[in-house]
Design a protein around this ligand. Sequence first.
Ligand code: SAM
Length: 295
Amino acid sequence: ALNQLPDVSLPRYVRVNTLKLDVDSALLELQQKYSVEKDDLLPDLLILPPGTDLHDHPLVNNGSIFMQGKASSMVAPALNPEPGWEVIDACAAPGNKTVHLAALMKRKGRIIACELNKQRIKRLKETIKLSGASNIHVLNEDFLNIDPKAPSYSKVKAILLDPSCSGSGTAASRLDHLLPSKAAGQDTDMERLNKLAAFQRKALQHALSFPAVEKIVYSTCSINQIENEDVIKSVLPIAESHGFELVKPFPEWHCRGLPVFKGSENLVRTDPATDGEGFFIALFAKKKNVQKKKQ
Ligand code: SAM
């Protein structure tokens, strides 16, 4: 049944790690063997034919390109941190978005990559090493335990929060329900979703409490409203009281948040059927007049 997976007809994406190779050189090299196009939304993303197997490609092995889907590659650019900023990646492992941030920041500034799970720290460190970034500080810590008032975090200007989620937007998870053992699990599924959503809300509120933060991206690879729009809706009043507003990343993007509150058109959703993965992205930014008052 594996060759009936819906995703085999979707293109393969690779993100060029611009810390190691420029996009045009990657394009030229890949074009020797494959038909490759540039993505029209993300300048560092290349599109290859469905089913292209790059697992052992030299450019993958040396960290020049990362096999990363389009939806996942939209998260760091949505935050778009300036080179020189101090940034926290709150739930970092395996680190795909951490090293994407490093590339966008052009080796300038500092990234704190926070990860709770000790086993996953190893993967995170491997990803960072492969990327060639040298300004990422790995922290094996619960993001909720990081003290926003500590002097070492007083200059943090942006936070990427990609917390644990149900993964219901990923191909593997979408096929889960086909397994017989899953059929009876609906109550526990709901319990699990509620727990995840409670953590996601807490983590987002925590991110909002860092004193110098100007931008926060919240993302999941879930298609569930409870982990996405509902989290944003419930945190919005607190965000506004901290001087934040929802802003609209990728205004030209077709698929927006479910219309369950005013402002949900600012949210980004990706459609698993057409985009390969079901992702959700929300961007909070400090209101301009609030920023000015503080200066
Ligand atoms: N952003 C990553 C990437 O693109 O490669 C994927 C992150 S994954 C969805 C979520 C991660 O958050 C997991 O590695 C998990 O162990 C970690 N995590 C869960 N709770 C956490 C907490 N309280 N503090 C820090 N990390 C946490």
